[in-house]
Design a protein around this ligand. Structure first.
Ligand code: NAD
Ligand code: ZN
Length: 361
């Protein structure tokens, strides 16, 4: 078992990583001094596989959990589901000392976190992260929220959980494609912050893809450390937190123009990271050999590394990139690498250059 602290002053919290750590949920919540009433919020893929143990752990510690289950998938990340949750919480008289448990991936975490941030102007919440993406990324850093018709994550709040449990055993039931999608964020941490971690990933990738416990635990913990360190320096993305968006400028654009159906997030940002590496070679002198290492690692992880777009699709991609909420004053900004483990953010890049890079075979 490993513990990583997210250092945020009075709101500091721990991420506990290991097999079956979710069995400690009840005891941990008792230690945090929460009131007896709580709700476990999950989706209809995760609930049937993992809710029983979660509820049992809470009951054993004297809590009275209510279970709220909504349909799995991004389309549930809406204000309508938020309102349905509020109504359930009110009906069961959850009060200020009550708490929520988000049991699931990023969708459950973002939605539950937002409900916790706003119900009664804020009640505590804990995350039990059940996707690799949630364990290494979405459960760390306190971004919560839901989507609007106009775009993803347009309504939300910065609101930190009180505890995160990354139970590696829950990943046993995670579909292969979802697992590989999470690996794209893991590789990102090596590129942006830690060259030795990228070496380690090249060495241990097969063991990671086989979900071997030792490899998995080490990788989840190092990923959380890197994200926690960045978030600890810049909680609300005024500066350095932007480096976490490496590969996301193009990645978000690709997700948007394909209506969020063709690519999983990790697949879109794998393509985006390879394109960003190529731009880095042209603009910051990232060595060609480093670009190839990056491309080869995504390919070995079974992730896409290029996209073929006809001219009209490329035009739509640029429009989508300009609409992304990370854009300020209409200028698309990039995170680019000087070398593996070191990036710069907020760099403007001429559209012509992005266009050429995306035509690369
Ligand atoms: N808050 C943040 O900082 C942050 C960061 C990155 C992504 N996100 C958000 O996270 C979401 C994506 O997260 P995700 O990839 O975890 O998606 P997800 O929550 O939709 O999970 C992916 C799929 O796997 C299923 N699933 C989850 N755990 C499972 C398990 N253990 N066994 C079997 N099936 C399981 C889910 O039901 C779903 O069908 C997006 O909405 C994105 O905006 C948030
Ligand atoms: Zn991402």
């Amino acid at each position: 078992m490993r513990t990583v602290k997210v250092p945020l002053g009075a709101r500091t919290y721990s991420i506990v990583i290991g097999r079956r750590v979710a069995d400690r949920l009840g005891r941990a919540c008792a230690k945090l001094g929460f009131g007896p009433r709580c709700a476990v919020v999950t989706d209809d893929h995760v609930g049937p596989a993992h809710a029983a143990r979660t509820l049992a752990s809470l009951r054993k510690a004297g809590f009275e959990p209510l279970l709220i289950t909504f349909p799995a998938g991004e389309t549930s990340k809406t204000l309508r589901q938020v309102e349905a949750c509020y109504n359930e919480l009110a009906r069961h008289r959850l009060e200020r000392r009550s708490f929520l448990v988000a049991l699931g991936g990023g969708v459950v975490g973002d939605l539950t976190g937002f409900v916790a941030a706003t119900y009664l102007r804020g009640i505590p919440f804990v995350q039990v992260a059940t996707t690799l993406l949630a364990q290494v990324d979405s459960s760390v850093g306190g971004k919560t929220g839901v989507n609007l018709e106009a775009g993803k994550n347009l309504v939300g709040a910065f609101y930190q959980p009180r505890l995160v449990l990354c139970d590696l055993a829950t990943l046993d039931t995670l579909p292969e494609r979802e697992f590989r999608s999470g690996v794209a964020e893991v590789i990102k941490y090596g590129i942006i912050r830690d060259a030795a971690f990228l070496d380690q990933l090249e060495r241990d990738l097969d063991r990671l893809l086989a979900r071997e416990e030792a490899a998995l635990g080490a990788v989840v913990a190092r990923s959380c450390e890197i994200k926690a360190d960045v978030v600890g320096q810049d909680e609300t993305e005024g500066g350095v937190r932007a480096i976490l968006n490496f590969g996301h400028t193009i990645g978000h654009g690709l997700e948007a123009i394909s209506g969020y159906t063709q690519y999983l997030h990790g697949e879109a940002i794998a393509i985006g990271q390879v394109a960003a590496a190529r731009l880095s070679e042209k603009l910051l002198g990232l060595p060609a050999a480093a670009v190839e290492r990056i491309r080869a690692l995504f390919a070995r992880a079974g992730l896409p590394t290029a996209v073929r777009l006809a001219a009209p699709e490329k035009k739509r991609l640029f429009t989508a990139m300009r609409l992304d909420k990370k854009v300020s004053q209409g200028e698309v900004r990039f995170v680019l690498a000087e070398k593996i483990g070191q990036v710069r953010w907020g760099l403007p890049v001429a559209e012509k250059l992005v266009w050429e890079t995306l035509s690369h075979e």
